[in-house]
Design a protein around this ligand. Sequence first.
Ligand code: ATP
Length: 234
Amino acid sequence: MLEVKDLEVYYGLIKALHGVSFEVKQGEIVTLIGANGAGKSTTLRTISSLIKPKTGTITFQGQDITGKAPHTIVAQGLSHVPEGRKVIGDMTVLENLRMGAFTRGDKGEIAASLDEVFARFPRLKERANQLAGTLSGGEQQMLAIGRGIMSKPKLLLLDEPSMGLSPKLVEEIFSIISTINSQGTTILLVEQNAFMALQVAHRAYVLETGRVVLSGDAKKLQKDEKVRSAYLGE
Ligand code: ATP
């Protein structure tokens, strides 16, 4: 579904990605794990065209999307839930969710997606007319994911969904991620919480200073010595 090939990305003179390649197949949850600054967010931002790579290509459903306008990529079925949630605090929950559907025209279908989001996140329904800025951190993360779903993505990019959440909410968010995937959405998940990410993912890639240094089946990587000592705190 997604093929990323030889991405090199710079911030000015700083080289953040040194030829990153990986793929995501339809139906999978693939996770990119790695320490702070490894290049995980940069990879997601490049895929959704918020940053242009110096070299490399991104192919989504057989089409080269490298450097295309971000909104056309969303319309093609690729949605990005950014790090730090980035909900609009002075807009209501409902307005934030509707904004997620900005590339879609069919009002009936948008209403159906809204019902789906409310069914999955009952707390958002209860707070539909509340300003997003007044929600708790966990609720804001649910809103950010809900807004991502409103564009009806085939592939959902999630950047650090567990960041700043209590252990109980982290469990809840990962369970939601599994459910969204089992209902047909392919997921590319960036996480510093390697333990939880490897639990829910099918496959994983380990990034270190802008390079993929290890990849494979998530359950196998959970047992890998290097992964255990560097990322699972053992
Ligand atoms: P984090 O979890 O902290 O976001 P990450 O793995 O997502 O880490 P990136 O944010 O992609 O890492 O950062 C990769 C490299 O690019 C780091 O060296 C970082 O300092 C640098 N970098 C990221 N954003 C910028 C920016 N806007 N300007 C300059 N350098 C940046």
